[in-house]
Design a protein around this ligand. Sequence first.
Ligand code: FAD
Length: 630
Amino acid sequence: MQFHNQGYVSADPRIQNVNGVGIDRPAELPENVDVLIVGTGPAGMIAAAQLSQFAGITTRIVERRPERLAIGQADGIQARSVETFQAFGFAERIIAEAYRITEMAFWKPDAQDASRIVRTARAVDDPTGISEFPHLIVNQARVLDYFAEVMKNAPTRMTPDYGFDFVGLTVASDGDYPVAVTLRTSEGRERIVNARYVLGADGARSAVRQSIGCTMDGDQAFHAWGVMDALAVTDFPDIRTKCAIQSGSGGNILLIPREGGYLFRMYVDLGEVSPEDHGAVRSTTVEQIIAKANEILHPYVLDVKNVPWHSVYEVAHRLTDRFDNLLPHEIGTRTPRVFIAGDACHTHSAKAGQGMNVSMQDGFNLGWKLGAVLDGRSPESLLGTYSAERQVIAKNLIDFDKQWSTLMATRPEDLADPSELEDFYVRTAEFPAGFMTQYPPSMLIGDATHQHLAAGFPLGKRFKSAPVVRVADANPVQLGHHHRADGRWRLYAYADAAGPGEASALSDWAEWLRTSADSPLLAYTPAGADSDSIFDVKVIYQQAHDQVDIARVPPLFLPRTGPFELIDYELVYAADPAADIFDLREIDRGGAVVVVRPDQYVAHILPLTATAELAAFFRAILLDRRPPAS
Ligand code: FAD
């Protein structure tokens, strides 16, 4: 963590200096806002936390509940989400309080006596080491608390506005604040808030979605689960291990141990629900859920002492046709003004633990784009990439979840192969961990011509961190962990074989970026702003850290920033001889440039000599901030 660069900090360094719209932020909802977010679930809160980092942007997030979510809803946190939390600065703290999944056990009917269940397999949760971060279980409410803290500590000092129900909206064809949103207070009073952009993160029954005429397509048949968070005494030996349990009677349970060492969650399958049921399944009582659980667990017994939360959770696999208010024929001709994210766009079963995770990636994807456009960094055309990128991801998720939930609900004797369920779990591990997302070439993802220069950083996938040594203080660190959710682009320059001070492709590249009239750094950094305000540029040398003379590193990598023009020493890295990043990520020894988006996805890979291509790539994404030549 870096601080003191604006002057001495004696309090919690996570609390940033108040700035911009955070100074005298009105307690009441203002009449006009840049972004209005509806719903304080994971999708809305991450988008708000991202936008809160932009000091000049007025974002408000409204919620119909009178206060924070206290209990219930989702709890599975993929490693990809923990990586994301690292960017928001709270990964370590949430890991410390969470339950960590290392293994999953599979229980099935005993072949000798189908009325009993026996453990038939165990599968390691992350067999390939796909991330340095763990797979966690922690309540959705805590995730939302951390995002609320990030917002509150941001320069804009954002807090959610509770007790406002979204009623409807209209979008005008012009004007500074073209979206007029009607809200109703808890006292029944209606008021209008005008916004430049609106994000509907208002869950599966989204009223924002309805207001822009999006339809949800998908299954008509619903599947119901009795879900309970329970404190119980049991002789079931795997109560502290994640389990898929299939009984001889056809019932099944997904058991999720919870944070804190005692609590666990059980999803008890209540089966398919026909549309004629008209919600009757929702009257299933907690006693019925407990009785069903005991039936499935036989011969083991669950003596439930306390159920702090339970719900009957009904889901269909459903997906919206689009994630914004533009009709297909309007794409490219108008700017989208209203977006939807999370459950408002896609619903599916809870069994693969995806709901909260995918919703957060929706919000992260849109948050930095809105920030870039409203801050004057990027053209409005950037906003069209949100629906284009995320709709496909949601479709893939629903396809995956259909397979997984069908397999889980299949009676063991009906499976083609007795180990089909656990084989599928291991084979597809990358998907539920959140790492299958790969955005195709677009204005934000370059073509694959030079992919071979850094084969371990697949274009369009998230930047997979690796260990390096920080040269200035010989600290072993993870390169990716320096990437904060601050809306900046990352340029990682992997050096060619020469060391600092020697003539090299790296030193030519660094000088070009620092001084050339074509340099994106000069074109897109506003006059008077710190040179690292749009791009965070790092170098990684092939030599061990004690072979890198920091005094001879190109000045590009030692920028002077802040009111005292202090030198940032945390941009110069060396390969760790024990785990060389050049080998781990298959980086060409002739060097390479890896461009990473603000949401951590690999955007482009280029040779150090391809300066014209690098400049051309950013031309569509960023706006020239240089004063016009006189
Ligand atoms: P949500 O978390 O649903 O957040 C939407 C927010 O918008 C809510 O705070 C809501 O109060 C607010 N809102 C809605 N309408 C309005 C309005 N008109 N005006 C203002 N505010 C509004 N997933 C799992 O993986 N496992 C589970 O066990 C599980 N259980 C669930 C149980 C319940 C009862 C629910 C509702 C969801 C559950 N989910 C579960 C799903 C999971 O919580 C979601 O996938 C995830 O929360 C999606 O995040 P989101 O931000 O899109 O929406």
